[in-house]
Design a protein. Structure first.
Length: 151
């Protein structure tokens, strides 16, 4: 039997309104998944991890799981694209056929941005930026302001 999602899986970052005895107000969708309430049925329902708006995931705020049926209103739907469809297909496949062996995430080793050649010349004209203290210029400005305030 092929599993099918009942309803729509909201995009990450969606803002939902909850109105229950335990939780009410606006919450942000931080993670998503699915829950199969009955092993005899092919129906699964969307499941979300939410955090309070505007905090989201914060050390002093509670995050908790909810099922789609607990959403009172979708205030803002988060971004989705074809990758979300692939995610959902793979999620349902793993729920039906078991988890695949995990793959390790590739560690990022390249530079985030290429530094244009013109910046090398500018760095050479300021020795503090060439292998030295990157905050030297800021310290110099603060020292100047401090000396002016003492005069």
């Amino acid at each position: 039997m092929t599993l099918e999602l009942a309803g729509t899986l909201l995009g990450l970052g969606s803002v939902v309104r909850l109105d229950s005895e335990q939780h009410s107000g606006l919450f942000v969708v931080l993670a998503r998944g699915a829950f199969r309430p009955d092993n005899e049925s092919s129906e699964v329902v969307p499941r979300y991890l939410v955090g309070p708006h505007p905090y989201g995931e914060a050390p002093d705020q509670e995050t908790f799981p909810i099922l789609a049926g607990e959403v009172h209103e979708v205030v803002h739907e988060g971004y989705t694209d074809d990758a979300d469809d692939t995610f959902l297909t793979e999620l349902l496949d793993q729920m039906e056929n078991g988890r695949r062996s995990p793959t390790c995430a590739q560690q990022f080793t390249g530079s985030l941005t290429a530094i244009p050649e013109g910046h090398a010349v500018a760095a050479e004209s300021n020795p503090a930026q060439v292998g030295g203290d990157p905050f030297a210029e800021l310290r110099r400005i603060v020292d100047q302001d401090y000396q002016r305030s003492e005069s």
